[in-house]
Design a protein around this ligand. Structure first.
Ligand code: 8YV
Length: 328
């Protein structure tokens, strides 16, 4: 199929440079404004497009997949995580799924460190004081946080992003621990000076900071459940830049309110942008609106990956970043 004849529907506004390139290459339908598609709009797009470019704000479940048109052959996700797409039912219908791994690794890891420092060094409290004009000058006892250097960081999920967090944390003088389905190769473990824990329970109980860096899959849903959150030290801090569903958000909120967990830095939430109101009231949490990969550079590189995936497919090959159900 010649590249220019492919009908591509993009569900969200993307950086100009990405949209311009897509217009040059494909018969592309772009969004007029920066709002998500409704379910009806999505269903319609899936009926008429050869290729759909969705984002995390599009839930593509089995029932939407069932209504897809014969033409739809590729879902080229703009993003790394594909937990909003029913990859299994796509496969059953012969629809390929691709994602954009690698290009948002460093930005997301930066954000994990930013959240870690924001929580432990009370940056929002300091900012609030300055903005409110209530600062009365330096005091030896004011705004005291805790030092991350020398502390134990437990990384849950040691893929690309987990390792990027480990590299940064190592430079901050933290001790790196991790839990992952598969143990890292010895040379990688050695370079990161990382200790592998087969038992998540045992790791969780000994860490000062936990960073969630695994994808959301059926097997990672509520990996940090109420029971495991109870194992945390009362001085521990939880950081999540992955997916909200990996933590039982209500149990986390209860633990934070009860002083059983010292703090949390969260960029993602269990029910998208419907955040537990009790979480918002807590002084020991820093909440961000899913900004982990939000850099201009990252967004453009994500767009470039999407384009390469579509072009490769149009040229009759498998997209380089194809996601298979067995990979999840
Ligand atoms: C993206 C993300 O911005 O790529 C991911 O998995 O979580 C985000 O950082 C978003 O998902 C784009 O669809």
């Amino acid at each position: 199929m010649p590249t220019q004849r492919l009908s591509v529907v993009v569900t969200r506004r993307l950086p100009d440079v990405v949209e311009t390139r897509m217009k040059e290459l494909f018969d592309v339908t772009l969004r007029d404004d920066d709002t998500p598609m409704t379910r009806d709009e999505l269903a319609q797009a899936m009926r008429r497009a050869d290729v759909l470019v969705p984002t995390i704000t599009d839930t593509i479940d089995a029932s939407l997949m069932a209504g897809a048109g014969e033409r739809l052959k590729l879902i080229a996700n703009f993003g790394a995580g594909v937990d909003h797409i029913d990859v299994q039912s796509a496969r059953q219908r012969g629809i390929l799924v691709s994602n954009t791994p690698g290009v948002l690794t460093e930005d997301t890891a930066d954000m994990a460190m930013a959240l870690m420092l924001a929580v432990t060094r009370k940056i929002p409290q300091g900012l609030q004081e300055m903005q409110a004009g209530t600062w009365r000058g330096w005091s030896p006892l004011a705004n005291l946080g805790t030092r991350i250097g020398g502390k134990r960081l437990g990384i849950l999920g040691m893929g690309r992003i987990g390792q990027a967090v480990a590299r940064r944390a190592q430079a901050f003088g933290m001790q790196i621990h991790y839990h992952n389905r598969r143990r890292l190769r010895p040379e990688v473990e050695e370079k990161l000076e990382a200790t592998w824990w087969e038992s998540l329970d045992q790791m969780v109980a000994r860490m000062d900071v936990i960073s969630i860096n695994c994808p959301h899959t059926p097997s990672t849903f509520h990996l940090l459940n109420a029971r495991r959150l109870k194992l945390l030290k009362p001085t521990a801090v939880v950081i999540n830049t992955s997916r909200g569903e990996v933590i039982d958000e209500n149990a986390l909120t209860r633990g934070l309110r009860a002083g059983e967990i010292a703090g949390a830095g969260l960029d993602v939430f269990e029910r998208g942008n419907e955040i537990n109101p009790r979480l918002r009231e807590l002084p020991n949490v820093v909440l961000l609106p899913h900004m982990g990969s939000a850099t201009w550079e990252g967004r453009v590189e994500m767009g470039e990956k999407v384009i390469i995936n579509i072009k490769t497919f149009a040229d009759g090959h498998r997209p380089p970043d194809q996601v298979l159900p067995s990979m999840l």
